[in-house]
Unconditional design. Structure first.
Length: 276
């Protein structure tokens, strides 16, 4: 069965609608404050944040701890397969962004890990220095000139922006793996990715818990960390302006490095707590 890419088939009619939706939502509300935060929906966002914390406390956190007892080799294999399943979508977005080198690197990584890596169970490509170039449709919209829009907290999904919300929905609807595989296999792929997320939640449990349950204002802390990291990923300044050389501090940089910029007091929720 050939891989069906909806962007160049009958499904492609969805793309203009996605772009229009992104443009409308991004332009519909507010301007950033002095700290570069545009959050006109804060009262609603805070209620959703409270709901998400409840779900994490009652279900996600305990489930991730249960998953944490799974042997490391098995968790690593699940993470590798989840990464491989993400690559077709990354390649599509690389092409839409006209980043052909990244598309080529992700394509080669996909080929190597699907073949030599036994369907993605082993990261043979990574072992040889061929690492992925992850991206998403939210970044594609950024490349196309769609603004960030207001900050949003989504039920279950967590922090986002208007642009990234539209991008996330597009990634789900136009996912090449979901469209190419039969329903049963596509559902299995979704389950694998969910288990990979549980593994991430367990791995970074100390820092995530400190933000959600020990911060004076977990909503404001999560919002700031999300916007800092997302803007850094996209090469934007803290206020959202595009620039790749503005001195903006990478919140994911190693704080212990002698070359690292001065610490701003915020905890990286994705830093490996077991790293030396």
């Amino acid at each position: 069965m050939g891989l069906k890419i909806p962007l160049i088939s009958g499904q492609g009619a969805r793309i203009p609608a996605v772009v229009l939706a992104a443009g409308f939502v991004a332009a519909c509300a507010g301007t950033p404050d002095a700290n570069g935060i545009n959050d006109p929906f804060e009262p609603t966002n805070r209620k959703i944040h409270g709901f998400n914390k409840g779900v994490d406390r009652m279900f996600v956190g305990p489930a991730s701890k249960g998953y944490g007892v799974v042997p490391e080799p098995l968790k690593l294999a699940v993470g590798n397969v989840a990464d491989t399943l993400d690559l077709p979508g990354d390649i599509v977005n690389n092409l839409l962004q006209l980043r052909l080198r990244d598309a080529g690197q992700n394509s080669l990584r996909l080929f190597v890990n699907v073949t030599a890596g036994m369907g993605g169970l082993f990261d043979i490509a990574g072992d040889t220095g061929l690492h992925g170039k992850p991206t998403d449709f939210g970044e594609t919209l950024h490349v196309w000139g769609i603004g960030e829009g207001p900050y949003m907290e989504l039920p279950l999904a967590g922090p986002s922006t208007a642009r990234d919300t539209v991008g996330m929905l597009a990634d789900i609807a136009l996912n090449p793996v979901r469209l190419a595989l039969p329903t049963k296999e596509a559902n299995a792929a979704t389950i694998i990715q969910l288990f990979s997320r549980l593994g991430d939640r367990d791995r970074f449990s100390e820092t995530v818990d400190s933000i959600l349950y020990e911060s004076a204002d977990s909503y404001a802390q999560a919002r700031l960390l999300y916007l800092q990291n997302r803007r850094f990923e996209l090469g934007q300044s803290p206020g959202g302006a595009d620039t790749r050389d503005d001195g903006f501090i990478d919140p994911y940089a190693d704080a212990a490095s002698a070359d690292a910029p001065s610490d701003d007091g915020f905890i990286d929720p994705y830093e490996d707590p077991y790293a030396q």
